[in-house]
Ligand binder design. Structure first.
Ligand SMILES: Nc1ncnc2c1ncn2[C@@H]1O[C@H](COP(=O)(O)OP(=O)(O)OP(=O)(O)O)[C@@H](O)[C@H]1O
Ligand SMILES: [Mg+2]
Length: 234
């Protein structure tokens, strides 16, 4: 079976600046990819390029039968990209429930299903986005991407800056979405162990290029390699 996502020799950046050089990777349907790398290595740029929010200088991105290059961001959402940006964009002036119903599209993920997975959101259905904690905002951002019923979920540092108990709740939900429900996903994370334990595949970026690609379990079993790839000194 053909891969769901196929990225070939991608070059992308902002204006004339090229951040990603020659990035190639692919992802099978139902698989999860952990995208790792130090600060400023191009992880967000990669995710944003899939979503259509950067300038693509070269290469190809195919999702299913769609060539994404020429599609505007909203057309990419229609083609199956579900994007949760690093800055968690939710509508702060709308309630939790309005945030979910405003974007819901037909499919297995409906607001009721999101509430079942995140009971905290169910309790805060009528609260405005401004009245949510950082963790609740992140849950809502994930919920909003899910109710689009995407083919590929993009999560950019979903655990960043959250309290340990919220991190646990989100990890459980991400595990359920990917492992149990089988939704394909790319997850960017600075704390790699937790995500590598969920992911099938791992890609490490450094200075805009792929410096490691392989099975997530294999990388998880090699803490020395992981540390050196991420520039952590022991
Ligand atoms: N809007 C922008 N315009 C110009 N350059 C940018 C822009 N956003 C990011 N960059 C540059 O692109 C490079 C990669 O940034 P990116 O945000 O993709 O890194 P990252 O791996 O996501 O980092 P972090 O782990 O800190 O989130 C950096 O050198 C950054 O300065
Ligand atoms: Mg980033």
């Amino acid at each position: 079976m053909a891969d769901l996502l196929d990225v070939r020799q991608l070059r992308a950046g902002y204006g004339e600046a090229v951040v990603l050089q020659d990035v190639s990777l692919s992802l099978a349907e139902g698989h999860t990819l952990a995208l790792l790398g130090r600060n400023g290595t191009g992880k967000t740029t990669f995710i944003n390029t899939l979503a259509g929010a950067t300038r693509q200088h070269g290469g190809r991105i195919r999702l299913g039968d769609a060539e994404l290059h020429r599609l505007a961001p909203h057309e990419r959402a229609a083609a199956g990209i579900g994007w949760v940006p690093q800055e968690r964009n939710i509508f702060k002036s709308l309630t939790v429930h309005e945030n979910l119903t405003a974007v819901a599209r037909p499919g297995r993920w409906q607001p009721a299903r999101v509430y079942e997975m995140f009971p905290r959101l169910a309790e805060r259905k009528g609260n405005l986005g401004t009245q949510l904690s950082g963790g609740e905002q992140q849950m809502l951002a994930v919920g909003r991407a899910l109710v689009l019923n995407p083919r590929l979920l993009l999560l950019d540092e979903p655990l960043e800056g959250l309290a340990p108990i919220i991190v646990e709740e989100l990890l459980k939900a991400i595990r359920r979405i990917t492992r149990e429900e089988g939704l394909s996903a790319i997850i960017v994370e600075q704390h790699p162990q937790a995500i590598l334990a969920i992911a099938d595949q791992a890609v490490v970026l450094d200075r805009g290029t792929v410096v490691h690609q392989g099975a997530a379990a294999a990388l998880l079993a090699r803490p020395d390699l992981l540390d050196s790839l991420l520039g952590v000194s022991r």
